[in-house]
Design a binder for this molecule. Sequence first.
Ligand code: MG
Length: 295
Amino acid sequence: MNQWTKTSAVLLALGLVTTSVPHDAQAGSDVAVQQQQMTEEDATAQLASQNMMGVAWYQNSAEAKALYAQGYNSAKEALDEQIKKHKGGKKLAIALDIDETVLDNSPYQAYNTLQGASFPDGWHEWVQSAQAKPVYGAKDFLKYADEHDVEIFYVSDRSHEEDLQATIKNLKQQGLPQSDEAHVLLKKEGEHGKTERRDRIKTEYRLVQLFGDNLLDFDEPKVATLEGRETFVKQHEDDFGSRYIIFPNPMYGSWEATLYNNDYSISAEQKSELRQSSITYFDPETQQLKQGAVK
Ligand SMILES: [Mg+2]
């Protein structure tokens, strides 16, 4: 039984309970509270199910693989240039985000969308299982960089305290080079963002390329709004495809947070409404473009 069916069954059962205790005010209010919670649970499940197409595209489209190939091919070309230009001094280094940049966590996203769950439900179990496969093209590119004496850093916001050993195990099992404690830099408790870790790499190495599926893998946009993030892209237009390599992720990311004004604590129903009002559609009747409105 999936989460959706299970929830419906529980609601049905609750309806029966309500009619069987009509004079018990306390029991009635308990049921009302439970029903309210179930409604939020249903809204959460509905919200999660909206991610089905994102996950299906990510897992099944050859186009997603082609985009990874495009990113890693461009990266190789740009890295070759850097290697050619390099005349001693600090050793060359590159820094890659892990999730949806090197490792494919879409089976975890698929769990969420099918079961009506949301991050961090089940994330720890997924990471500890160390079953993620590399994204298309990552392994070949990283082996190439390794063979050309480039230092490789994996800079990820996975938890240093909880996830380091399992992450290293996963990267190693998949044959990804330099996946050891010196090169896998996860987020320590109290740390904010990746800038500090990137700066640390720069003290010893010439950091020539950054890889990610999120703008934050490159730098922090000044303002974390849709406009602020677009300004960031405009400012760095010439970096993409050479110094910055970006990969596709329609399943989650900071782009989603901007829809909620960076507040994930709002209800599932509010999130759904904000998603809807963020999209622009063509109205065939008026021949006009309109903003998605909540009915
Ligand atoms: Mg990522």
